[in-house]
Design a protein around this ligand. Structure first.
Ligand SMILES: [Fe+2]
Length: 242
């Protein structure tokens, strides 16, 4: 259909200056959108496990060499940026890993891959717990795939000694409810103790673990029920060598 509007009737000729400026701004916005610089955030790309590995393995190989605290942060955040789109991961065969005396069961399997990291696949029954333990040789990216799990991270205040029989002070660096698609990071230099407690529907997820140091025995952290300094998240801690 053809328009019969005459040029002198165009709104631009009769609109006040304020509206003209607004239209100009909209024009700039449209140009930005056409140029691919959309101001509206896009949903993250959903990846299947194979595609995630295609993208994550070369990136991990590139970054894994810097084992400093900031290097590990870059590495873990780079993996997290890709894992944010990861939803469907095949469940491998899992073995039961329930702790002695625990009433709710825990299960662990491995999604095999050629990568700088191992992909541990865990499943927790409702209310199941994995006790607080320090990571002494491998950093971790935890991704929740299903259900809900509370994760707490701690780190020692002052000098680190993982063999002492004396009590010491620990800082709670994180206390997080992990829902599907959300992540928790364990850097060997900070927040390196973590523990899990599954919600009422249980939980399932992945731990991408990257070994950076020699393997050694890992104690369990016991934390006092009452904070020594609530505002700063400081508690008394003690190692239990199992
Ligand atoms: Fe762990």
């Amino acid at each position: 259909m053809q328009s019969s509007t005459r040029p002198e009737a165009l709104p631009a000729l009769i609109l006040p200056r304020r509206e003209l400026l607004a239209l100009a701004a909209l024009g700039s916005l449209a140009q930005l959108t056409r140029a691919g610089a959309s101001p509206v955030p896009e949903e993250p790309q959903v990846l299947d496990f194979a595609r995630f590995l295609e993208l994550a393995v070369p990136r991990a190989r590139e970054l894994v060499g810097d084992t400093s605290g900031s290097g590990q942060d870059r590495y873990l955040h780079a993996l997290a940026a890709l894992a944010s789109g990861l939803r469907e991961v095949p469940q491998p065969q899992m073995r039961e890993t329930t702790s002695k005396g625990a009433s709710a069961r825990t299960f662990l399997g491995v999604n095999e891959c050629e990568a700088p990291f191992t992909v541990l696949h865990w499943r927790l029954d409702p209310g199941a717990r994995i006790g607080l333990h320090p990571h002494l040789y491998g950093n971790v990216l935890t991704l929740c795939l299903e259900g809900e799990v509370r994760i707490q991270n701690f780190e020692l205040v002052g000098e680190r000694d993982f063999d002492t029989k004396e009590s010491f002070r620990v800082r709670r660096s994180n206390d997080q409810q992990l829902l599907p698609g959300r992540m928790n990071l364990v850097n060997l230099e900070h927040g390196y103790v973590h523990g899990f407690c599954a919600g009422p529907a249980g939980a399932r997820g992945l731990d991408l673990t990257t070994r950076l140091r020699e393997k050694r025995s890992t104690p369990t952290l016991e934390v006092g029920a009452q904070a020594l300094d609530e505002a700063r998240g400081i508690f008394e801690g003690r190692w239990r060598q199992d």
